[in-house]
Design a binder for this molecule. Structure first.
Ligand SMILES: [Zn+2]
Ligand SMILES: [Zn+2]
Length: 254
């Protein structure tokens, strides 16, 4: 594996001084996927076949609505509806209610019956969760994770970027940890884990201190004191915990 198309964006993300380089990558992947699908990709037959079949999740319907190109969105919705109605029609034809045995009736009476999971509700759940944009992001994101571990082991210019970064958000810390088990040799783990754990602890502490100073600034005695690095402590503090950018405005078509 040589340098790939993922190397430069990943290096840029580590240079961005973000609270988490992987959040930075994920936001870029999401914006790329939204502008790709609503740019002109929705007019391509093979891509449209996929969006007709799987549609989008609730979060990405909202983000596509905010982005713009309402005609493009309407065209995708229209053919997705057509496909969905065909499938729904088939499912309803084959739908048969569950028959209730004595035990089920008893459980219902005592209020201990588990919610039923017939094929129809499983299909609806599957439809609700499927998303073209989430799939595209997940696929590319795992390539970035692979590239991270590759560069860590093979590229001496990348290592200082990792050493100087602010660590990761909690969800991406979890992902890095679970992947590192397979991606790194036992010898590599001996050096990687202590650096990673130390980094996570020191940067959680730094954020906690930023938040504490943000609170102290509300004390009248500190009205004229410097904000130091606390002005945006809340959005950065939330990102470190949840991997989201609460301060971002809607991503819109240019
Ligand atoms: Zn993150
Ligand atoms: Zn989605």
């Amino acid at each position: 594996m040589k340098d790939t198309i993922y190397t430069i964006p990943l290096t840029d993300a580590f240079k961005a001084e973000d609270e988490c380089p992987f959040c930075f990558i994920k936001r870029k992947l999401e914006q790329d996927a939204i502008s790709f699908i609503l740019g002109s990709a929705y007019m391509e037959e093979d891509i449209r076949e996929v969006t007709d079949q799987i549609g989008f999740c609730a979060e990405h319907y909202k983000k596509m609505y905010d982005y713009g190109n309402r005609l493009g969105l309407a065209l995708m919705l229209h053919t997705h509806y057509t496909k969905l109605q065909q499938e729904l029609c088939q499912k309803l034809e084959h739908f048969c209610p569950e028959t209730q045995g004595l035990m089920t009736k008893l459980k219902k009476l005592t209020g201990t019956a588990a919610p039923s999971s017939n094929p129809m509700s499983s299909w609806i759940k599957e439809k609700h969760e499927a998303c073209y944009i989430c799939d595209a992001m997940d696929k590319n994101f795992s390539r970035y994770m692979d590239t991270f571990f590759y560069l860590m082991s093979h590229n001496d210019d990348f290592k200082p970027l990792f050493l100087n970064c602010k660590g990761f958000c909690l969800p991406h810390f979890g992902e890095v940890l679970s992947l590192s088990e397979n991606k790194l040799s036992d010898k590599q783990k001996e050096t990687f884990y202590p650096i990673l754990f130390d980094k996570m602890q020191s940067h959680f502490k730094r954020l906690d201190e930023d938040i504490a100073w943000f609170i102290d600034k509300y004390d009248y005695k500190n009205t004229h004191a410097d904000w130091k690095t606390s002005k945006d402590a809340i959005p950065r503090g939330i990102q470190k915990l949840a991997g989201i950018y609460v301060q971002d405005t809607s991503f819109k078509e240019k």
